[in-house]
Design a protein around this ligand. Structure first.
Ligand code: KQY
Length: 385
């Protein structure tokens, strides 16, 4: 075998954990080299053959591409269609998928800062974790039955980028974790401790895996995610996120009759009583949810039958402004057509991120109809430090 090939093969799949090799997951505001997005397609999850979702995904991709390079992954059946919708400067690659949630099926990128001279030879400063995946619960309430193609997405992305891969047998979706890059991870018990993810894993083992793979020192567990986020069993990225170390945004409602109220209150109670990995108390910014918004009969009628969980008209949508993407210098945020709350969210975000442009994506309802939002459909690749 020639030396280059041997070197390449030995570094592509790394044994041990990222921390063993000096890697950690940086915060989302750390500069990116690229953003990855999937192209929606499946007609049992995206109404009217995904035409509305494709229009909004295109707007999200175009908005992000003003701030950093974007790659959109589309299936062979959809590549030409995706290429024709997306601006020329956005790269479109062919990757087979069961659905288009790159936050959950793409790699979680990790970086390392210092390398010895010996390590510098052929060693990348950016690598990726390839988590196990069971489409949000497998046989016990999963979103779709066949997830065989999704299982390969992270590996394929890392191959394209020539980045080392850390395979992980634990089931985890990227939307179920947030990190501050300084040792703290936020997650929810509703998702990570759900018996439909890793039934044999006690809480302490999950924490140990997060520490070894994300490079965090402390995991803060909120009891629940957003009310109505049943597709993901309460991903953190609809509920709470970091603005910077020590500062979080929390999905909120003042309406005591809204079932969201209890969830937000219990999260507030955990966050006010906890300190982060560096011992800081949290500054908590409340971000009101829109609506409440519900799936209409008309929208439900646009869905075909397939192996996705059926959607029932009248179901509360898991709509939250916390589900935004932090691009290089911009916050790409969903808007739901609730003018008062849309404007308020944009204002709160502009105060929280004074140095960022706030880019409002109208009609993000089309993404929430599929079960997530802008954060869920994006995956940042950090720049090499
Ligand atoms: O919100 C997400 N991270 C993904 C939701 C998946 C929904 C499947 N229909």
């Amino acid at each position: 075998m020639n030396i280059d090939l041997e070197e390449r093969m030995s570094r592509m799949e790394l044994t041990g954990s990222p921390v063993d090799h000096g890697y950690y997951m940086p915060a989302e505001w750390t500069p990116h080299s690229r953003c990855w997005i999937g192209w929606p397609e499946r007609p049992d999850n995206w109404r009217d053959n995904a035409v509305h979702a494709q229009r909004v995904f295109t707007r999200v991709a175009a908005a992000i591409s003003r701030f950093e390079p974007v790659t959109v992954c589309a299936s062979s059946a959809q590549w030409k269609n995706a290429r024709s919708h997306l601006p020329e400067h956005i790269r479109v690659v062919e990757i087979s998928m069961n659905d288009s949630w790159l936050r959950d099926t793409g790699p979680t990128f990790v970086i390392r800062n210092s390398l010895s001279d010996k390590e510098k030879l052929g060693r990348s400063k950016v690598a990726g974790i390839d988590w196990n995946f069971n489409a949000y619960g497998g046989e016990d309430g999963g979103a779709y039955e066949d997830f065989s193609l999704d299982l390969l997405i992270a590996h394929k992305v890392l191959e394209i980028e020539n980045a080392p891969r850390f395979p992980q047998s634990m089931i985890l979706e990227g939307g179920s974790i947030h990190v501050d890059g300084e040792g703290t991870c936020l997650t929810t018990e509703e998702c990570l401790l759900n018996k439909n993810r890793n039934p044999g894993f006690p809480k302490v083992q999950i924490e140990d895996e997060l520490k070894a793979y994300l490079g965090v020192k402390k995991v803060i567990w909120l009891p629940h995610g957003l009310f109505g986020d049943d597709d993901t069993n309460g991903h953190i990225d609809n509920m709470c996120c970091f603005v910077r170390p020590g500062v979080v945004l929390l999905s909120w409602t003042d309406d005591k009759l809204d079932p969201q109220y209890k969830r937000s209150l219990e999260a507030l109670s955990v966050l006010t009583s906890e300190v982060d990995a560096k011992g800081r108390k949290f500054d908590i910014i409340k971000l009101h949810v829109p609506g409440p918004l519900y799936l209409t009969e008309h929208e439900a009628n646009g869905l075909q039958q397939g192996d996705a969980k059926p959607r029932i008209p009248g179901t509360r949508l898991a709509a939250s402004y916390v589900n935004f993407y932090i691009a290089n210098g911009a916050i790409i945020t969903p808007q739901f057509g609730d003018k008062k709350r849309d404007d308020e969210a944009a204002h709160v975000l502009s105060l929280a991120f004074p140095d960022y442009e706030i880019v409002r994506i109208e009609d993000a309802r089309e993404i929430v109809l599929g079960g997530g939002n802008i954060h869920c459909i994006t995956q940042q690749q950090p720049a090499s430090p």
